[in-house]
Ligand binder design. Structure first.
Ligand code: ASP
Length: 466
């Protein structure tokens, strides 16, 4: 909008006629006069429509949360009306004209207050209103800041941002896949990525050496407060690095980013615990190192957990990977893996970062030797044909001089939850799902038309009773 003045800058225009644009937060009709609070993305200001103003008729009709543009004069408030506590508490806008009014209908809930107490389905149905609340605005701005600073840090460290496909093959990451049917290949399915794990390793094979991506990870998992179907990772991979180098890079990034955002980190360098120590000491590999006072003060406590067992038993007595099938064993245990012996005690070069009790990220040095990668799959009970089917393409790629490499993925939402003290993932995502797995605002998952199904070669076996 031309000639628009942002509300945060109004104090520099005392005595002038300005145009602002924004929303109506508050309207107090006092009969002859009408008072408003207007807000835009930069702040709030009080407006007053005087009795004889041309705007008085419109002022009486404008509802809260309407979008408006306002022409008015910026006045200093009389001494007795100054409110030093609030932004623009010493000025007000004398409204001359209210135009471009898009009047808001009756609101389903009080938008400007903390909406955390409002019924979840209602909040998500009207997410665009929910997001207008101060708390949600703050959370999403903070998220953007965090991602921006991580990006800038990584660019400074010579990383290249590369996108990897969304339509891909199922990754053996341990969760269920969301699958997408193919029109061109009826009866066949893509999977949405549980993470860019294989592609980032292929990028290392491709010689990029330092890759990152702000990647969406999609997993069909049981929904919990701190877990949704979709989350965002700062996904990092580098070549010719050892565990120490990856951990130190990540630690430098986290420290630089969170401190530059004004937060305090409890302990630097981040304390490190082997998995065994963590279990002995905390009974868990996720733990909160903060004292009650530190929690009060919003201090962040990060720690590393490393030297995890590579394998664990499944319910049916087979071996499976604890974290990532592409991880490397620690160098001292290479022979154990090669000989497939002492399996429960084989440790992997996996490292997790814990932040205020949450697993805030995890990564590993990867196995770039096709033979050792095969051994890990053999331990997990796969036949040569099955291994070839699952990871034949990775073994082949690694056979062409793949560099040693390793990386990590950090969960963006978990970081923002720690910054804000939010305990639900949905409070730091713009359009999260409901607890029941329904999208915000729109109505997915939804049935397809019979024509769409025909085109995809899909028949629905049995409709679930609603
Ligand atoms: N791909 C892993 C995950 O999503 C992270 C990593 O090892 O880089 O958990």
């Amino acid at each position: 909008m031309q000639n628009r003045t942002y509300i945060k800058d109004l104090k520099e225009h005392v005595g002038e006629t300005v145009t602002i644009a924004g929303f109506v937060s508050v309207r107090r009709d006092q009969g002859k006069m009408v008072f408003f609070d207007f807000r835009d993305m930069t702040g709030s200001v009080q407006g007053v429509v005087l009795p004889k103003s041309d705007a008085i008729e419109t002022a009486k009709e404008v509802t809260r949360e309407s979008a408006v543009s306002i022409v008015g004069i910026v006045n200093k408030r009389p001494e007795k009306n100054i409110n030093a506590e609030v932004q623009n508490g010493d000025i007000e806008l004398e409204v001359k004209e209210i135009s471009a009014v898009n009047r808001a209908a009756a609101l389903p809930f009080e938008v400007m207050e903390d909406t955390s107490g409002i019924n979840e389905e209602t909040r998500l149905q009207f997410r665009y209103l929910d997001l207008r609340s101060e708390r949600m605005q703050k959370n999403l701005h903070l998220r953007s800041e965090f991602v921006r600073r991580c990006r800038e840090f990584l660019f400074k460290e010579q990383f290249t941002e590369i996108e990897t496909p969304l339509l891909t093959e199922s990754t053996p990451e341990g969760s269920r896949d969301f699958v997408v049917p193919s029109r061109l290949h009826p009866g066949k399915f893509y999977a949405l990525p549980q993470s860019p794990q294989q592609y980032k390793q292929l990028l290392m094979t491709a010689g990029f050496e330092k890759y990152f991506q702000i990647a969406r990870a999609v997993r069909d998992e049981d929904l919990r407060a701190d877990r949704g179907f979709e989350h965002t990772q700062i996904d990092i991979e580098a070549s010719f690095v050892d565990q120490e180098e990856v951990m130190s890079l990540v630690e430098r990034m986290i420290t630089a980013v969170v401190e530059s955002m004004g937060f305090r980190v409890k302990e630097k360098p981040f304390p490190r615990f082997t998995y065994k120590e963590a279990i002995e000491r905390f009974g868990d590999d996720k733990f909160d190192l903060r004292t009650p006072e530190e929690k009060e003060q919003g201090i962040l406590a990060y720690a590393w957990v490393y030297r995890f067992p590579f394998f664990e038993k499944t319910d049916d007595g087979k071996w499976t990977f604890t974290h990532n099938p592409f991880s490397r064993v620690i160098p001292e245990h290479e022979e154990k893996l090669r000989n497939k012996e002492d399996i429960p005690n084989i440790l992997t070069a996996q490292y997790d970062i814990v932040g205020n009790g949450y697993e805030a990220g995890g990564g590993s040095i990867r196995e770039h030797d096709p033979e050792l990668l095969t051994k890990a799959y053999e331990i997990m009970g796969f036949s040569e044909e099955e291994i070839e089917e699952r990871i034949g393409h990775m073994r082949k790629a690694f056979s062409f001089g793949a560099p040693p490499h390793g990386g990590i993925a950090l969960g963006v939402e978990r970081f923002i939850m720690n910054f804000t003290g939010e305990t639900h993932l949905r409070e730091v995502q713009a359009f999260p799902m409901t607890r029941g797995g329904q999208t915000a605002v729109m109505k997915a998952p939804k049935e397809l038309t019979s024509e769409q199904l025909r085109e995809l070669g899909i028949e629905i076996a049995k409709k679930k009773e609603q």
